[in-house]
Design a protein around this ligand. Sequence first.
Ligand SMILES: [Zn+2]
Length: 383
Amino acid sequence: MSSNNSNTIDLLIDLVQRPSITPEDHGCQQMIAARLQTVGFTIEHMRHGEVDNLWARYGTEDPVFVFAGHTDVVPTGNADDWSQPPFSANIVNGELYGRGAADMKGSVAAMITAIERFVQSNPQPNGSLAVLLTSDEEGPAVNGTVKVVEALAARNEAIHYCVVGEPTSAGTLGDTIKNGRRGSLSAKLLVHGKQGHVAYPHLADNPAHKSFKFLDELVSIKWDEGDDNFPPTTLQISNINAGTGAGNVIPGTLTIDFNLRYSPAISVNDIQTQVQTLIEQHKLDVDISWNESAAPFLTPTGSLTDAMRSSVSKVVSVDAALDTGGGTSDGRFISRTCEQVIEFGPLNATIHQTDERINCEDIDSLSTIYENLLENLLGKQER
Ligand SMILES: [Zn+2]
């Protein structure tokens, strides 16, 4: 390890070198817990099934500010396709390479060193500071953050502000703060027909033929207009299958998977009713199952978004925009009990890709931004 590295980059190297592919944590949380304990945090490991979760808290007063994140990473794919070994944390031209460097061990390292500096200069902050980490964000997310949120709610332990360290920056560090996310609703549709010989269609009932018009109308529905904070709801077919593989057999069934990314301008119930009505109009014989994987959430402009924008502006002179696009994150679980949840982190250009990497200077700046945010929200100094 080069002694030229900052404290934050040394921590990031340690984290990236642990191959913590979901749900494996590989000791990341133990190591972080030990550091936080050293500066006065109370540590609780909340393991559920194969998933490691950490809840660490400093202070007993309100408001409670939480940094949330994940220590797990997605698989690397073929390691030979990487220009640097995926768990090497090698630094080339100022960029640190490795799976999880951007999503989101860079943010985790930045949070921890920001906290260490902050509690050093503010041993008695105006409120409490906590860290919530899981090793199951990239996987099914069943035994992760949601379990910690439930445990806290069950003992009436409130959270007032939460920053999730997902990589939200698009072009330059600090350009984007996510202050909400669309909901995600999936459906599996099975259309029944009757199998037969293609030469004898009168003896069969082709579910593909029956479904074309229905599908065309389904994908043409204008669900809503969106609103000031959210783009309009969209539907995409992700899988469509029918047929035996043979060229002379009319399929007996057709299966279709589709997913909606929906805004709060429409309810799940409204979506389901419209789809059901369309199915009936087309007289299709179907089985349908729905999976609501994420409800939408929105943190309106307020004390947390203002403090974040001011910290970004102060540290990197960037005017951060609020945005609700992109996929889902664990923010969806925390928003159930916390009114102000935002996501803010480094560039997402290489996440989940071969040669995932992050600019080291950005991670040092990120740590300063996080520290400044803590000063803004919980600091006792003149400001
Ligand atoms: Zn992530």
